[in-house]
Design a protein around this ligand. Structure first.
Ligand SMILES: O=C(O)CCC(=O)C(=O)O
Ligand SMILES: [Fe+2]
Length: 342
């Protein structure tokens, strides 16, 4: 529906414009680095399905054309469709949560400025404005009945709307194929991420439970099997995962980006632990586009890219707006010893 695309593009452009204005008044801000990163298209020559290619310049950027075939894309989509439902409109309650996240981010940014500096005062002013807005929304929400709790079970989830048009759902990897088996380690490393609405890990989707709940021979069962195949095969087929000492699949992140929405330039946080972040595109259109460092990559459904080393830690990456909705699956890999020791 073009209206959805246009609405999302306009919203993104407004946010982008406001951010640019605010940042223009920050003398120390590295404007160029965030507002515009020059990038060249990277379209590796076909090298056979599910074979990995490294980018010649961007260290740690890998690509796999057709990491999984179209039948797998269809099966994984069927699984996600069956297990994850559209987020309900939670109105002002959702706005309160978003405003709370904004306050936390602004306070964190403020704490990084030298005390007493102009940037410090300005950052605290911005945080104060956001706090007043959050409190006004809270007061409005208190007048309304509480919303029903979101559906969060190992077999069924309601997408969590992290940003407008950007929906997230977490899923535990299968322990029989290199997923984290220990309950304590799961709780220690995977609890309370804001991108998943702070859902406790015990309420995450769970690939093993999902597989048990699907009928033999169904598309959903085949979707589960393909996800297990990815957990098993990526360490063998992707050299950057193979280079990790005893790689474990930390978890699967499902993400649905509505047409016209983008994910702005960022570096993934150090937690959850991940030496390699691998993303499989299951987009519903012909292709979608991501940028990693100076490389712009077109992904067709079934293509996968991965970031490790410099591409993971030193370069930003982003997802450009697409004219069709985009489902993606991100698997993070970390070393078993790292997960046990911290
Ligand atoms: O979906 C993608 O291609 C990447 C998503 C991403 O960068 C993130 O969720 O941090
Ligand atoms: Fe990311």
């Amino acid at each position: 529906m073009p209206a959805v695309y246009v609405r999302n593009r306009l919203r993104a452009a407004t946010v982008w414009g406001l951010e640019a204005l605010v940042r223009r008044s920050e003398p120390a801000y590295e404007r160029q680095a965030v507002l515009h990163v020059a990038a060249r298209p990277w379209d590796p020559a076909p090298c056979g399905a599910a074979n990995a290619v490294a980018h010649p310049d961007v260290g740690g950027l890998w690509f796999m054309r057709q990491a999984v075939p179209p039948a797998a894309v269809a099966a994984i989509r069927a699984l996600v469709e069956a297990a994850v439902s559209a987020p309900r409109n939670r109105g002002v309650h959702a706005q309160v949560e978003a405003a709370g996240r904004e306050v936390a981010a602004l306070l964190e940014a403020a704490s990084k400025q030298p005390a007493g500096s102009e940037a410090f005062i300005e950052a605290h002013e911005q945080a104060a404005v956001a706090m007043r807005r959050r409190d006004a929304l809270r007061a409005a929400a208190a007048q309304l009945p509480a919303p029903p709790p979101p559906k969060r079970t190992p077999r069924e989830w309601e997408w969590y709307e992290f940003e407008p048009g950007r929906w997230m759902a977490p899923m535990l990897a299968h322990p029989a194929d290199g997923g984290i088996a220990s309950l304590a380690a799961r709780r220690r490393h995977l609890s309370n991420f804001e991108v998943f609405g702070d859902a406790p890990v015990d309420e995450w989707l769970c690939l093993a439970s999902l597989q048990e709940g699907t009928a033999a021979g169904s598309a959903e069962r085949r979707g589960c099997e393909w996800l297990r195949w990815l957990q098993r095969e990526l360490p063998r087929r992707l050299p950057c995962v193979g280079a990790v000492d005893e790689p474990l699949a930390v978890f699967h992140q499902l993400q649905y980006l509505q047409r016209g929405c983008a994910i702005s330039a960022h570096v993934d946080a150090p937690t959850p632990p991940a030496d390699v972040v691998a993303t499989l595109s299951l987009g519903t259109g012909l292709h979608d586009t991501v940028r990693v460092g100076s490389a712009r990559v077109r992904l067709r459904p079934g293509d996968l890219y991965a970031i490790a080393g410099p591409a993971r830690w030193e370069e930003t990456h982003e997802v450009h707006p697409s004219t069709s909705d985009r489902l993606s699956l991100t698997v993070r890999f970390a070393s078993q010893s790292e997960l046990q020791n911290c």
